[in-house]
Design a protein around this ligand. Structure first.
Ligand code: ADP
Length: 220
């Protein structure tokens, strides 16, 4: 029987993915689950190249960026030290802030979506998320959050682009609906309301596989 799970958070920039991924990891850990939290682009040398492109330190064509994401994702999966597959083998439930749907949505706004899906097919064969959680916010809300919380407006973060990316996410979900489990959450709400939906989706899936009793209840 399956013991551990792979969950990917998706959404446009500023949707609250990393916040919700963190809340979920923390609560699952408290419940006694073995959790490994991770993100893309990674901190690997390949991920660093991607980040330097966003910081305008390196110039690259969108097709090159798409290729770099494919490579970064494969390393994210296959890295022998801290790769997702290794962590899964070690019994961790892995929660990632972004996975291949991010490529479908972001690179898909600049080039053929089918090409991007095909280019990521090896990652999909290696490991499909048990659940893709899409935090859906309006681009206006996300821009507002980003302008309050961050000083670095990245290459992708213009309002028009966020509209395009959100639309591309939905196009990709429709294309992949037979192969992927997708849970869409209304992200235009409070942290707590969003997390409540996330928790009620994830916990029943994981609960039968809890490794140890709830530590917070021990000794009661
Ligand atoms: P993402 O990882 O999707 O880019 P973050 O989780 O980093 O988004 O959130 C972006 C900003 O919005 C942060 O400053 C965060 O504190 C804030 N934020 C996240 N979720 C909410 C929410 N539900 N309501 C208000 N602000 C939020």
């Amino acid at each position: 029987m399956k013991k551990n799970y792979f969950i990917a958070f998706e959404g446009i920039d500023g949707s609250g993915k990393s916040t919700q991924a963190r809340l979920l990891s923390e609560k699952l850990k408290k419940e006694g689950f073995k959790i490994y939290s991770t993100f893309e682009p990674t901190d690997s040398p390949i991920g660093s190249v991607i980040k330097n492109i966003f910081r305008h330190r390196i110039e690259a064509d969108h097709r090159t960026i798409a290729g770099l994401y494919v490579a970064d994702r494969l390393d994210h999966l296959l890295n022998k030290t801290n790769g997702i597959l290794k962590k899964m083998e070690e019994g961790y439930t892995v929660i990632t802030d972004r996975y291949y749907f991010s490529s479908y949505a972001y690179q898909g706004t600049h080039m053929s979506l089918d090409w991007v899906i095909q280019a990521n097919s090896l990652s999909a064969e290696l490991l499909r998320p048990d659940l893709n959680i899409f935090i859906d916010v309006s681009p206006e809300v996300s821009m507002q959050r980003l302008s309050e919380g961050r000083d670095m407006i990245q290459l992708y973060e213009s309002l028009e682009n966020l509209h395009n990316v959100r639309a591309k996410y939905f196009e990709a979900f429709d294309k992949q609906k037979d192969d992927e489990k997708i849970f869409i959450v209304d992200g235009n709400r409070s942290f707590e309301a969003i997390f409540d939906d996330v928790w009620h989706k994830v916990y029943p899936m994981l609960k039968p596989h809890r490794a140890s009793p709830n530590p917070s209840r021990e000794g009661l």
